[in-house]
Design a protein. Structure first.
Length: 399
């Protein structure tokens, strides 16, 4: 039987490829990895973003008061939790690095909010000076034009930075979706605190309840849908070479994000009363959300097909047996394999999950190789992952 088996007997080793070293990889001592410069810089960046987040929270407290900020911050955790759980579900096939996801969240919750607030203040000052203190920016202009342009640019910049710095882990549209959704979730979290706080101060608990229903229940994925356009576009760009194709896809995705944001905000501006809002919600926002769900499903299926295609190539070279490829390229197969590992006399759930993770990473590394993206150490990464897969399989076979 193979590792993909779900029965009670131990799986058998897949055929060893001709290129495999004569000495088992897992028997060699594992040298300690030195702390990389990238890791140190990553920690520094996260610390800086955390400091910016504290500054933004300080602004929020000054705006609505510490008590309101605390209450509304707790309430804002509800839609944030829903968003992050969905993101985690989408990201289960080929999980992104936790450090990168923390960067995405902090960029959304801190840096993008700070940029949006600075631009908003600048626009208000500019209008005030230009009109000799006689005018203020229009609410309609701010909601339909300024907010989509500024906010989506700020959020999209964070996704673009991840794309440029972490090309090794940015493999396709689903990765772009995950990073963009995390950035958007962070942004919406901070924005919700401000909106909830303003409602609580101006109208009390009833007003807060209405605002929570509109933003936390009916529209928790609004920002996610907008910014995902940018992330998905960069995901497709990750499979292209050259500056102009990447720049063109990024700008196209950013434009779509701004357009959706403007359409969403515009529908709430023109709607009259609760009946008008519900009509606009049913006609515009619900279909957009349905299209987004269908898109996510199709992208996940594309990831599964890519995994099967690349691992089949390794199977033909002798690194996997067919049953393993079947298991690794389907959600049902992975769940069955994990259940098999859990039922062993000595549970091997962690080992199975590591085998699945390394095999999937190997498939996407192979994809980068065959698309010519081998300038970022992919060949060495492929060698390391092949050794890891052999070691993972050996760990599963130990009694």
């Amino acid at each position: 039987m193979t590792i993909a088996s779900v029965g009670g007997t131990p799986p058998a080793v897949s055929p060893s490829p001709a290129e495999a070293p004569p000495t088992p990889v897992w028997s060699a001592p594992t040298p300690k990895k030195p702390v990389s410069t990238g890791f140190v810089l990553g920690v520094i960046v996260l610390c800086v973003l955390s400091f910016v987040f504290l500054l933004v929270l300080g602004y929020v407290m000054l705006s609505i008061g510490p008590v309101a900020a605390l209450i509304c911050g707790i309430i804002a955790l509800i839609p944030l939790t829903v968003v992050l759980l969905v993101v985690r579900l989408i990201d289960r096939w080929e999980p992104e690095p936790r450090g990168a996801l923390w960067f995405a969240f902090l960029w959304g919750a801190a840096a993008s909010v700070a940029l949006a607030l600075l631009v908003d203040a600048g626009v208000q000052i500019l209008v005030y000076v230009a009109s000799d203190g006689q005018a203020v920016p229009s609410d309609v202009f701010g909601a339909v034009v300024q907010a989509p342009i500024v906010e989506e640019s700020a959020k999209g910049l964070g996704v673009l930075l991840i794309f440029l710095v972490l090309r090794r882990t940015f493999d396709g549209p689903v990765d772009g979706l995950v990073y963009a959704a995390t950035v958007a979730g962070g942004f919406a979290f901070t924005e919700n605190i401000l909106y909830f706080g303003s409602s609580l101060i101006e109208g009390g608990g009833v007003s807060l309840g209405v605002t929570f229903a509109l933003r936390g229940i009916m529209g928790p994925f609004a920002h996610v849908m907008f910014t995902s356009c940018t992330g998905i576009a960069l995901g497709f760009a990750s499979r292209r070479r050259g500056f102009w194709p990447v720049a063109g896809l990024f700008l196209a995705g950013l434009f779509c994000a701004m357009l959706l944001h403007a359409l969403w905000n515009g529908s709430t501006v023109v709607a009259e009363g609760i009946e008008g809002f519900l009509f606009a919600y049913a006609v515009i926002q619900v279909p957009l959300f349905a299209v987004a769900i269908v898109g996510v499903v199709l992208l996940r299926r594309a990831e599964a097909r890519l995994t099967r295609a690349r691992l089949t190539e390794y199977q033909e070279a002798g690194w996997f047996v067919p049953a393993e490829v079947d298991m690794l390229s389907t959600g049902r197969g992975r769940r069955s394999a994990t259940a098999w590992a859990r039922r062993q006399p000595v549970a091997k759930t962690k080992q199975m999950r590591r085998f699945i993770h390394d095999s999937t990473a190997l498939a996407f590394t192979r994809q980068r190789l065959i698309t010519g993206r081998n300038r970022i150490g992919v060949e060495q990464q492929e060698s390391d992952l092949l050794a890891a897969v052999v070691s993972d399989r050996a760990a599963l076979l130990v009694g």
